[in-house]
Structure formats: structure tokens, C-alpha cells
Design a protein around this ligand. Structure first.
Ligand SMILES: Nc1ncnc2c1ncn2[C@@H]1O[C@H](COP(=O)(O)OP(=O)(O)OP(=O)(O)O)[C@@H](O)[C@H]1O
Ligand SMILES: [Mg+2]
Length: 263
């Protein structure tokens, strides 16, 4: 059975794509079969961070000019990438039927995968909400700033109220140390639990690190670079293991790898 995770945040630029890509590769290094679906159709970045040259994207699949197989690329550790493309009006304004088509097209990979990692764009668009509602576990990346807290809160609220999602994993990125990261997690949890009956799990933290910045410039995920500081690798291992431990949940509605046939 494939487990699906979505990396979301509300606020942009907090490290979703970077964490999604490196977690995907780390899971592959653990011997698992993984795919990354980039649903950031405006400014898709996963292909750049993974160093994959992707001529065909979801746009080509939706327009009918390419088959789904044509838009599945192989990357490090055998991780498959389905790239998002960059910003044609058609893909920026996907309707429910098109999103359903994308979700169902992933069924073709069901027997080849243990994990699907969905990277989402910033903001709380219909598209982000729909894709996040279609996975087993939503992973919210937060940085220790009020704007990030508020945007993550707004995203969580929308997902809970509109889609009934009630379990979330939280990553604190660019933190000073584990103590301050956990403090930020507890502050965020306190705000959320005041208003919503949901469960938040601390999935881990990442330090702000120049190795992460350099890995993006080099288009080589930091988890594959031997020069990456041990602490950065260890933090990613903790995150990956925590995400791996979460059991797959039974969900209703439109969902990746479910037998749902309508939209
Ligand atoms: N742990 C980190 N340490 C230092 N810099 C980081 C870290 N994580 C992310 N960054 C920096 O933050 C920038 C944004 O990262 P990334 O593109 O993964 O964020 P994002 O949330 O996916 O952004 P968007 O909302 O635009 O999709 C990167 O260019 C990277 O340099
Ligand atoms: Mg991104």
C-alpha cells in the first residue's frame, strides 16, 4: 500500500520543497520506492532541486499531448518525479476535474511505490487544499516567525474545516536548536488547540544551514552530499523516521491510491 504525504506551509519560502525532496531521497536510501509529485504549477522547483531536466510536465499531460508515462522522470536513488511545470494559465487554474485526473493518474504507479510525496505551492488555494486533503498525512513546515505561524494556522484551519483533516505533522525549519524548535512547536500547538480539536505531532526540526542553501545552488539534494554537516543529515533522518512511523489512515473522499472513481 502506498503512503502519501503532502508538504504544505501557507507561507512561501519556508523550505517545503527542500524538505520534500530530501525526505523523498532519504526514504529511497532506506530502500523504499518513492515518487515526488510537484503540484506547484506556478513556480515548480522540485525538478531544479533534484537536478532533473524535465521537458514534459503535468501541463502536457492535461492537454493530452503527452501520456502520464511521458511525465514520470527518474532521479537520485530511483526516486520518480512528476514535475509541475511553470505557470501556464491553464495549469494555474485547475478545476476539480483536472485535479481528479492528476490524482487518479498516479494510480498507474501504485504497484511501483511505497511513498508518494506531494509538494504544494505557498498559499491556501483550492488546489493546495484539494491535494493536501487527498493524502494520508499532511506535513506543515513552519519557521519561527509570526507570519509563518499565522499562515500555517490559516492553512490548517481551511483543511480542517473544509475537509475534516484532523492530524498534522509539524516540522520547524531554520531553527536555532532543538530546544527552540520544540518551543516553537508548542507555541503553534497551543494556538491551534485553542480553536480546533486536532492532533499535532512534532516531526522534527532543521537548523538554518548554508549547506542547504549551497545544495540548491548545486542542484544536488543535501542528503546526497558527503560534505553536508552531520547535524543537518541527522535532523533529516529524525524527520524521515518520524514520518515513516505514522500509520496509514483510512480516509474517504478523493484520495491518492483509493478506489474512488468519481469527483
Ligand atoms: N534549513 C535551511 N537552512 C537554510 N536555508 C534554507 C533551509 N531550508 C530552506 N532554506 C532556503 O529557503 C529557500 C526556500 O526553500 P524552498 O524553496 O524549499 O521553500 P518553499 O517553502 O518550497 O518555497 P515556495 O513556497 O516558494 O514553494 C531556499 O532557497 C533555501 O535557500
Ligand atoms: Mg516550494
Amino acid at each position: 500500500m502506498v503512503k502519501s504525504l503532502a508538504f504544505v506551509s501557507g507561507k512561501g519560502g519556508v523550505g517545503k520543497t527542500c524538505l520534500a525532496v530530501n525526505s523523498a531521497i532519504n526514504l529511497a536510501l532506506m530502500g523504499l520506492k518513492v515518487a515526488v509529485l510537484d503540484t506547484d504549477f506556478g513556480l515548480s522547483n522540485a525538478n531544479i532541486m533534484m537536478g532533473v531536466k524535465s521537458d514534459n510536465t503535468i501541463s502536457d499531460f492535461l492537454s493530452g499531448s503527452h501520456s502520464f508515462n511521458d511525465i514520470v522522470y527518474n532521479s537520485h536513488g530511483g526516486v520518480k518525479l512528476i514535475p509541475g511545470g511553470s505557470g501556464t494559465l491553464d495549469t494555474l487554474n485547475l478545476d476539480t476535474e483536472q485535479r481528479w485526473k492528476i490524482i487518479r493518474s498516479l494510480d498507474a504507479l501504485e504497484n511501483d511505490l511505497d511513498y508518494l510525496i506531494v509538494d504544494t505551492p505557498a498559499g491556501a488555494s483550492n488546489s493546495s487544499i484539494e491535494f493536501a486533503a487527498a493524502v494520508d498525512q499532511v506535513v506543515i513546515t513552519v519557521v519561527g516567525e509570526p507570519t509563518s505561524f499565522m499562515d500555517a494556522y490559516a492553512f490548517l484551519k481551511a483543511l480542517h474545516i473544509e475537509k475534516g483533516v484532523s492530524r498534522f505533522s509539524i516540522i520547524i525549519n531554520m531553527a536555532k536548536n532543538e530546544t527552540s524548535a520544540f518551543r516553537d512547536f508548542k507555541s503553534f500547538e497551543k494556538i491551534v488547540l485553542k480553536f480546533f480539536p486536532v492532533q499535532l505531532a512534532f516531526a522534527g526540526w532543521m537548523p538554518g544551514s548554508n549547506d542547504v542553501v549551497q545544495s540548491i545552488i548545486a542542484r544536488k539534494p543535501f542528503i546526497l552530499d558527503k560534505k553536508t554537516k552531520k547535524q543537518v543529515g541527522t535532523c533529516l533522518d529524525v524527520i524521515t523516521n518520524n514520518l515513516h512511523k505514522i500509520p496509514k489512515q483510512k480516509k474517504s473522499g478523493i484520495h491518492f491510491f483509493s478506489s474512488e472513481t468519481g469527483y
